[in-house]
Design a protein around this ligand. Structure first.
Ligand code: CA
Length: 237
């Protein structure tokens, strides 16, 4: 690796920042810290970190706004939201605003580090594979997946997918008809190797993807649930 990767911690609880900084540095990352949302956003824009750990309840500007403004400015830096256990709504809203994943307080350091590594690796892999021009579009009839620019269209209209939704759709559509468990999707789309934690993030992402993709999200025609097994992609019939 040519340079140390840099993680921005945006969190107002000093003891959590201390724990995060200690463990990230032990793993060889550089760290930047912000204790409020305004500083967090400024550092995210000026310092171009490789990943952002973002608390939601912050002074001056909350984590949702930080995430939204960052994405509005076209930055695709991976964002891991740090949230309290009961705030299920918050996780969903965070993912809607373009966060890549969330981790629930209190979190295990091992799980956190696995997610940090997986998200940084995912971006590095995408950067390596993107200049290959072959097979730049996957034509599925009404639905077309354009590798270039990581976007998908339906009936010629852009679906406005997040990066994660695009990757999930591309993965399922490239293996049409094959059923994947939540666990498998966590490993292959989220890059969480040997993942044994919370897999509900998959359901949240599928739900959001269906809302953008399906004519009627309650009666999905593309992304189908196989009860007790997982999800699969079905081509236009
Ligand atoms: Ca807080």
């Amino acid at each position: 690796m040519d340079r140390k990767q840099k993680v921005l911690i945006v969190e107002d609880e000093k003891n959590i920042v201390d724990i995060l900084r200690f463990n990230l540095r032990k793993e060889g990352y550089d760290t930047l810290e912000a204790f409020d949302g305004v500083t967090g956003l400024r550092l995210a824009l000026e310092e171009s970190p490789d990943l952002i750990l973002l608390d939601l309840m912050l002074p001056e500007m909350n984590g949702f706004e930080v995430c939204k403004l960052l994405r509005d400015k076209g930055r695709s830096t991976p964002v891991l939201i740090i949230t309290a256990r009961e705030e299920e709504k918050d996780k969903i809203l965070g993912l809607d605003l373009g966060a890549d994943d969330y981790i629930t307080k209190p979190f295990s350091i091992r799980e956190l580090m696995a997610r940090v590594k997986a998200n940084i690796r995912r971006v590095a892999m995408a950067a390596q594979t993107s200049p290959q021009p072959q097979e730049e579009a996957l034509d599925l009839g009404r639905l077309v997946i354009h590798k270039e620019g990581a976007r998908a269209t339906k009936d010629g209209e852009n679906l406005e997918l997040t990066q994660r939704e695009f990757e999930l759709l591309t993965y399922l559509a490239s293996h049409a008809g094959r059923v994947f468990s939540r666990q498998e999707l966590m490993e292959r789309v989220w890059n969480y190797e040997g993942y044994v934690g919370d897999v509900r993030g998959v359901d949240v992402a599928i739900r959001r993807l269906r809302e953008k993709l399906e004519d009627d999200p309650a009666q999905p025609k593309y992304i189908i649930t196989r009860r007790g097994a997982g999800y699969y992609f079905q081509k236009d019939t």
